[in-house]
Design a protein around this ligand. Structure first.
Ligand code: IYR
Length: 224
């Protein structure tokens, strides 16, 4: 290996094999309880929870450790309302034909439509931005690498952290998403990646049957 500065790995934890198996099983059971939810309560969620979850997301691996992401945590009713109005306008044209027949058919079992009341109702919207240029320091302007992969992993960490804190999420990707850059006043080197709606579920929240169908281990895995 090339010479480089490094510290000893001092926070790794090893578990006895039995415990490792039990932990992996428990983790699977925990993640299995995560569902994408579209019925949110307006019950407030402390900012500290959102901060901790974003900190957890920020530990994700990334290309050259450039951490090519920025999270805009939106609590302001005014900003949420602006996002709702613009997202619904785009979604209306999407559902009225822009999506095409095959896509609309694929969405039918989820029951989605152009109305997005949760964008104004949920206590937090987290807009995730990817950065084409940046670097290990926030003020850098170097090339970033594997941006999509890196931001995808960080988003996965964030979803997991929010779930583990006892909140529910919706991964929302209005198409196009450029309006989010304007509303959130993000610079030119950033692209809106996803909008994560988060909060408590409404009392009558439902999960579409379609979303409960998960491929089996055999279907998603090959052991060689
Ligand atoms: N963005 C739209 C449509 C939509 C697309 C996919 I792919 C989904 O899995 C769910 C919805 C909307 O939010 O309604």
């Amino acid at each position: 290996m090339q010479e480089h500065n490094a510290s000893p790995l001092c926070d790794y934890v090893e578990y006895p094999t039995d415990e490792m198996i039990a932990r992996s099983q428990q983790f699977y059971q925990e993640l299995k309880r995560r569902h994408t939810i579209r019925n949110f309560s307006d019950r407030p969620v402390p900012k500290e929870v959102i901060e901790n979850c974003i900190k957890a997301a920020g530990t994700a691996p990334s290309g050259a450790n450039h951490q090519p992401w920025h999270f805009v945590a939106i609590h302001s009713d005014d900003v949420k309302q602006q996002i709702k109005e613009q997202a619904e306008a785009h979604e209306r044209s999407f559902y009225q034909g822009r999506a095409g027949e095959e896509w609309l058919e694929a969405l039918k079992p989820l029951g989605t439509d152009a109305d997005k009341p949760y964008l104004a109702k949920a206590p937090w919207l987290i807009a995730i931005f990817s950065q084409k240029k940046g670097g290990i320091h926030a003020e850098d302007n170097n090339t970033n690498y594997y941006v999509h992969e890196s931001v995808g992993i960080a988003t996965g960490f964030l979803i997991n952290a929010l779930h583990s804190s006892g909140l529910v999420t919706l991964t929302h990707t209005p198409k196009p998403m450029s309006f989010l850059s304007k509303i959130c006043q993000r610079p030119d080197n950033e692209r809106a990646y996803m909008l994560l709606v988060t909060g408590y579920p409404a009392k009558d929240a439902t999960v579409p049957h379609h979303a409960l169908v998960k491929k089996s281990l055999a279907e998603i895995t090959t052991f060689l």
